[in-house]
Design a protein. Structure first.
Length: 116
């Protein structure tokens, strides 16, 4: 099964930027959509951005205009550019299939901490 490895998280001040990467061990072009999820302390995991194989994107309202998702099928990698970060963006970020009910095994995620 395809495995997912997230990276790029860290500690950043409010207003700063980070770029997350999700490297897959196999082809992601087989999946109609890939997505980035996040789980904040004490909260459920939520889908914040998704991108189809055709490049159509969708964002949750709280990140619209600040986050940009992209994918490079040749590199089997999905990216999340996060700008104008806010303390409420603090969470562990994961990537996975971004549509339907099927999910690959979750990776370890990458932690993002935004200080005020």
């Amino acid at each position: 099964q395809v495995q997912l490895v997230e990276s790029g998280g860290g500690l950043v001040q409010a207003g700063g930027s980070l770029r997350l990467s999700c490297a897959a061990t196999g082809s992601i072009s087989d999946f109609f959509a890939m997505g980035w999820y996040r789980q904040a302390p004490g909260k459920e995991r939520e889908l914040v951005a998704s991108i189809t194989s055709g490049g159509n994107t969708h964002y949750v309202d709280s990140v619209k205009g600040r986050f940009t998702i992209s994918r490079d099928n040749a590199k089997n990698t999905v990216y999340l550019q996060m700008d104008s970060l806010k303390p409420e963006d603090t969470a562990v970020y994961y990537c996975n299939i971004g549509v339907g009910v099927r999910r690959l095994t979750w990776g370890q995620g990458t932690r993002v901490t935004v200080s005020s």
